[in-house]
Design a protein around this ligand. Structure first.
Ligand SMILES: *Cc1c(COP(=O)(O)O)cnc(C)c1O
Length: 384
């Protein structure tokens, strides 16, 4: 099969000269960290999604850790999340000593199934971490209703869904706290970076404290003098730098363009693949507009490993997102077993991620489409 001239990665950053200039300007400024860029970036993110507060972190995983801390999750608590996500959505619960409970996914959206959440609630349940997998918002109305009935905190993992819409509103104000990640493959990048947005002032204050060593300027400290501060809790150094925030501010201006390009690419894939035998294209719910962080197929009759390897051999960076979290040895050692979430496991066996990011060219996309159709056809004519 014909090979493309260079490797087409499934996701990557889109950085231009303007982004680079803003980072250079910050390098020449007095503050490399804890300067004015952080607040400016936080406000840009909060304004964009319509939230009151935003707290930037050094990465999305640290931000999730902060949200679990702010929620007050501890050793006796259970937190429900999806098995089809990056491990960080579950790991953050373990950082604060909580127990992760996996609820199976919905076969149409590949997002956590509210019915399965209900089935997993116990007297120990403290929070739910729904994931907007591939950029499609989770079923937030149903999830918030469950949370209300059981007095639970909802931390939305929006690592994939910055800029996505749920019922006409941006993702970011449906849950009590929402995390966005700015890793290079995500909707915008700060190299490493993440944020929690919230409308809750108490969470906001806790997140600020947690991000910076648990240090506060308390009333007592104010009485002592200007130099005085108090460390009231065991926090971390999870701060973002001003260099990263400067890049983030510059990237924010392009987010809508990036999203438009992702949507256009998704439409090209969908139109080309929707009638191909053996391929199930991703389904979008009417009231959601995905951010299209990932474009994921189900291979209904072809051998996934064969298709994956044949695509890679042509320089197409197909991928698989994700291995069910509890299949990882760390979770297996904690007693989770295969078979726990059957819908997720079956889905995983057939899943394939196609390249999608704003810098993909039409030529690359057409090559991916042509090659995939040929490989799937060829695969169906063989026996394994
Ligand atoms: C990327 C990602 C994270 C973690 O974000 P980092 O910024 O890489 O720490 C968490 N959850 C999901 C679903 C992700 O894709």
């Amino acid at each position: 099969m014909e090979k493309f001239s260079h490797f087409i990665s499934y996701g990557r950053q889109s950085i231009d000269d303007e982004d680079i200039q803003l980072v250079i300007d910050t390098l020449r400024s007095p503050n490399l960290t804890q300067g004015p860029k952080i607040l400016e970036f936080e406000q840009a993110v909060a304004n964009y999604v319509g939230a009151k507060y935003a707290v930037a972190f050094c990465n999305g995983t640290a931000a999730l850790h902060g949200a679990c801390y702010a929620t007050g999750i501890g050793e006796d608590d259970e937190v429900i999340t999806s098995p089809i996500t990056f491990a960080a959505s579950a790991n953050c619960v373990r950082y604060v000593g909580g127990t992760v409970v996996f609820a199976d996914i919905d076969a149409v959206t590949y997002n956590i199934d509210p019915t399965q959440i209900r089935a997993k609630i116990t007297s120990k349940t403290k929070a739910i971490i729904p994931v907007d997998f591939t950029g499609q918002p989770a079923n937030m109305d149903a999830i918030m209703q469950i949370a209300k009935e059981h007095n639970l905190v909802v931390i939305e993992d929006g690592a994939h869904s910055f800029g996505a819409n749920y019922k006409g509103r941006k993702v970011g104000t449906q849950a009590h706290m929402t995390m966005f990640s700015f890793h290079p493959v995500k909707p915008i990048t700060t190299a490493e970076g993440g944020v929690i947005v919230t409308d809750n002032e108490e969470y906001y204050k806790k997140l600020l404290r947690f991000r910076s060593h648990g240090i506060e300027h308390t009333a007592y400290a104010d009485e002592q003098g200007d130099w005085y501060y108090e460390m009231t809790d065991l926090g971390y150094n999870y701060r973002m730098t001003d260099l990263q925030a400067a890049l983030g501010i510059s990237q924010m201006a392009k987010l809508d363009l990036f999203l438009q390009r992702r949507r256009d690419i998704a439409t090209m894939y969908t139109n080309a693949l929707k009638d191909v035998e053996g391929i199930q294209i991703p389904q979008q719910l009417e009231h959601t507009q995905s951010g299209w962080h990932l474009y994921m197929l189900q291979l209904k009759s072809a051998n996934r490993k064969h298709v994956f390897e044949a695509m890679r051999a042509t320089n197409i960076g197909v991928h698989v997102h994700y291995i069910p979290v509890y299949w990882h040895p760390y979770y297996q050692q904690l007693g989770y077993f295969k078979g726990l979430c059957p819908v997720a496991e079956k889905w995983y066996e057939q899943a394939l991620t196609l390249p999608i990011h704003p810098s993909l060219t039409d030529e690359e996309i057409q090559f991916v489409i042509r090659t995939l159709i040929a490989i799937v056809k060829d695969n169906q004519n063989r026996e394994f």
